[in-house]
Every structure is written in structure tokens, then in C-alpha cells.
Design a binder for this molecule. Structure first.
Ligand code: ZN
Length: 119
């Protein structure tokens, strides 16, 4: 009885510890946009995932920005602010292209709210 309770509390503590560690799986980063908020904890290891917020749905640029996720992850690392100096020129270029494409893909979107604002 006591042993089982000890084991449970040890598992709980382990889960809490794992939950605060960065996720080490390949699926350790994801994108968020309004109306889409992925789980910040990895389903496989319980680790903390990097969720990169976008202002809008990436639309046609989604594959491109997803390809750049490892670069985003590298830039943000374990810290919450981006350190672009850790990126190579090629990675910087890829990230910039992806972000610009997202911007272009979403700029032409007209939402009723945006239309209502531009009077
Ligand atoms: Zn994981």
C-alpha cells in the first residue's frame, strides 16, 4: 500500500520534471495561429515543445514555414528569445524566405474584422 503510494508520487514528480524539460523528439516544435494552439507538451515524452506563434494562418506557406521549424527551434534554443547569431547564412536565408512567404500568403486575406477597421 505505502509502496504503491510512494511509487505514484515518484511517477508524479518524474512527470513534472519531464514536463519542464525541453522535448527531445523530432516533433519538438510546432506552429500556432489564431484558432490553432498545439499542445505545448509533447505527447511522446511529456517535454516542453517550442510553439512559434504566427499572426495568421500560414495558408499556402505552411509547408515552407514547417520546413523552417528546425531553424526556428535552433534560433530560439532553450531561451525564449531568438538568437539569430547561432544560425548559418543559409539558415537565416531560409527562415527569412519562409517568414516573408507567410506574410505574403496572409496579407491578401480579407477578414470581416479587417475590412471593418479600414474605413
Ligand atoms: Zn517529445
Amino acid at each position: 500500500m505505502n509502496g504503491a503510494r510512494n511509487l505514484n508520487s515518484r511517477i508524479n514528480r518524474l512527470e513534472q520534471t519531464l514536463g519542464t524539460l525541453p522535448c527531445t523528439c523530432p516533433d519538438s516544435a510546432d506552429l500556432a495561429w489564431p484558432g490553432h494552439q498545439p499542445d505545448t507538451h509533447c505527447a511522446s515524452c511529456g517535454g516542453e515543445r517550442l510553439i512559434y506563434p504566427l499572426a495568421n494562418h500560414p495558408r499556402s506557406a505552411e509547408p515552407l514555414i514547417r520546413q523552417a521549424l528546425p531553424i526556428i527551434e535552433k534560433a530560439f534554443g532553450t531561451d525564449q528569445r531568438a538568437d539569430l547569431s547561432t544560425l548559418t547564412d543559409q539558415e537565416l536565408h531560409q527562415l527569412k524566405t519562409a517568414l516573408q512567404t507567410v506574410e505574403q500568403a496572409t496579407t491578401y486575406k480579407r477578414t470581416p474584422i479587417a475590412d471593418g477597421d479600414s474605413r
